[in-house]
Design a protein around this ligand. Structure first.
Ligand code: VG1
Ligand code: CO
Length: 543
């Protein structure tokens, strides 16, 4: 068990994106690929000597193999301890919690989140820092720089460890501690929410369904919803994690979780339904006959969080990613609390949470979370909704309507054009950027452009600046469109178009969403020629 040093040559393109490195699984399986990236991480954090790491993933294909590689390398690089979820499983929020609770130096999380899994699908790996959150850009840039020159890595020549049994085992001079992935996370949830109130709600016949989409949240949801909150067996659907997520696309939105949406839209459907993604950090919230957009969900939770014990002190502030609708801003204004607009990706919320400036954060992509961890958290959002429902004793639909009648409604939708040829996608963005200077005052599709720019973010805590975080087109009257390229895809480019239109409380609050946004869609097409330039008649996904 003496560490060995092996020579290696760099791989192209090991650049972390919105949330770590994501590639086709077969790319990750290339000889030395994981090793090159992991050694680049270890070198970027000035080595592992004496450090403790949390290691786990969403259980997708290649999760088990990659973990063994990481453990051997951590040991060879001098780490003192690795805390690993049993069977290699840890949801992203549970990993974040463990890093914080155990005061680890960081964590390696294996996931491609909402991307499909399997040998022909996607895999991912990201590094989280000691606060439990995704490494900030300063760290991911250092990692990427290292990947370009990496020439060696350290490992041990040891057989695979058995990660199925709880307890400690030695790996060289390092201790590997296998923990139950659910226990500490479930305990944390009990400190935040009124489990008795939710138990009573459910016991009173309030019907709940949770779709784990064959991904990592299955065991968490079985334990929390069924065992601890007394929901009947069968509440959790697709609760057994599978390496290929049952060949599904573990993205909780109305397209990929359609069966659940159909269920709540049909006669006799549940009162409340929710789903989470591959690694358990996303959430979709549904009520009888209603789909709650993630942007609305953030706003509703911000307005009601004080009803749950963990937030009864009130919120310090709310943060949302720039493309997320401004519904939460209206709540922050009313509560007279801070409101922050960050670039896409949870890593930008970390400083605000650490500094106590924001308590709740959210993204339009079905991510909501709070200062309890440093990742977005799917089951947390579900439990906060249930806690609010238990206290307010209203349906999801009525809570939503009441919210719009108080704050007005931000009609919102995101249109994705997936796997577009990279040059074509760049041409769309570059074409728009080139025109930005002259857009103000332009009339398109019955709308007037008031302002257009590229979003850049000045972090109010550490003063760092992140530029070119998406193009914004603001229209007179408060409508808005945002265009940016995805940083999590593994095939060509995905163009995301985010559409928003504000309707004051006294206006029409019941327009069908796509109809409400049709003019803005038309305006975007006229301003970008997106459909024409990409040859796409319509988006692949609308959320
Ligand atoms: C997408 C979402 C973003 C989210 C990111 C990671 O990024 O838009 O809001 O933070 O995925 O989520 P992009 O660059 O493809 O738009 V997850 O659940 O993949 O960790
Ligand atoms: Co995710």
């Amino acid at each position: 068990t003496t560490p060995v040093t092996r020579e290696i040559t760099p791989f192209d393109g090991q650049k972390p994106g919105t949330s770590g490195l994501r590639k086709k699984t077969k790319v990750f399986m290339l000889d030395g690929y994981v090793e090159a990236f992991v050694q680049s991480i270890f070198d970027a954090i000035e080595g592992c000597e004496g450090k403790t790491f949390v290691v786990g993933g969403d259980g997708r294909y290649f999760n088990a193999e990659a973990i063994q590689t990481i453990l051997r390398m951590a040991a060879a690089n001098g780490a003192a301890r690795c805390i690993v979820g049993q069977g290699g499983l840890l949801s992203t929020p549970a990993a974040s919690n463990l890093i914080r609770q155990r005061e680890a130096n960081g964590g390696l999380i294996l996931s491609a989140s909402h991307n499909p899994g399997g040998i022909d699908e996607d895999f991912g790996l990201k590094y989280n820092t000691a606060n439990g959150g995704p490494a900030p850009e300063s760290v991911t840039e250092r990692i990427f720089e290292n990947t370009k020159t990496i020439s060696r890595y350290m490992t041990l020549e040891t057989p695979d460890l058995d990660l199925s049994a709880l307890g400690e085992v030695a790996l060289g001079d390092m201790v590997v501690e296998v923990v139950d992935p659910v226990t500490d996370y479930a305990a944390l949830m009990e400190t935040l929410f009124d489990f008795d109130a939710i138990r009573a709600l459910i016991a009173g016949g309030f019907a709940v369904k949770f779709d784990a989409m064959h991904a990592v949240t299955g065991p968490y949801a079985h334990e929390i919803l069924e065992n601890r909150l007394g929901a009947p067996k069968g509440t959790v659907l697709n609760g057994e994690p599978k390496v290929d997520f049952g060949k599904g696309h573990p993205d909780p939105n109305p397209i990929w979780a359609k069966p659940l949406v159909d269920m709540v839209m049909s006669e006799g459907g549940p009162d409340f339904a929710a789903a989470s993604d591959g690694d358990g950090d996303r959430n979709m919230i549904l009520g009888k006959g209603v789909y709650v957009t993630p942007s609305d969900s953030l706003a509703v939770l911000a307005a009601n969080a004080h009803l749950a014990p963990g937030y009864k002190r009130g919120l310090a502030g709310v943060a949302r990613s720039m493309p997320t609708s401004r519904a939460a801003d209206r709540v922050a204004e009313k509560l007279e609390i801070g409101c922050y607009e960050t670039p896409t990706g949870w890593k930008f919320f970390g400083n605000l949470l650490d500094a106590g400036k924001a308590t709740l954060c959210g993204e339009e992509s079905a991510g909501t979370g709070s200062d309890h961890v440093r990742e977005k958290d799917g089951l947390w959002a579900v439990l906060l909704w249930l806690n609010v429902l238990a206290v307010r004793k209203m349906s999801v639909g009525d809570i939503l309507l009441d919210h719009w009648q108080t704050y007005g409604r931000n009609y919102y939708s995101r249109h994705d054009y997936e796997a577009v040829e990279t040059d074509k996608a760049n041409a769309v963005v570059d074409g728009l950027v080139a025109r930005l200077g002259d857009l103000a005052g332009t009339e398109v599709a019955g709308l007037t452009v008031e302002e257009a720019d590229q979003f850049s973010y000045l972090d109010p805590v550490d003063g760092s600046v992140s530029e070119k975080q998406g193009v914004r087109m603001m229209f007179r009257g408060g409508s808005r469109a945002v265009l940016r390229l995805s940083g999590t895809g593994t095939e060509g480019a995905t163009i995301r178009v985010y559409l928003e239109r504000y309707m004051p409380a006294e206006g029409d609050l019941q327009i069908e969403t796509q109809a409400a946004l049709a003019e803005i869609v038309q305006a975007v097409e006229e301003l970008t020629q997106l459909r024409e330039k990409t040859g796409r008649a319509e988006p692949d996904v609308m959320t």
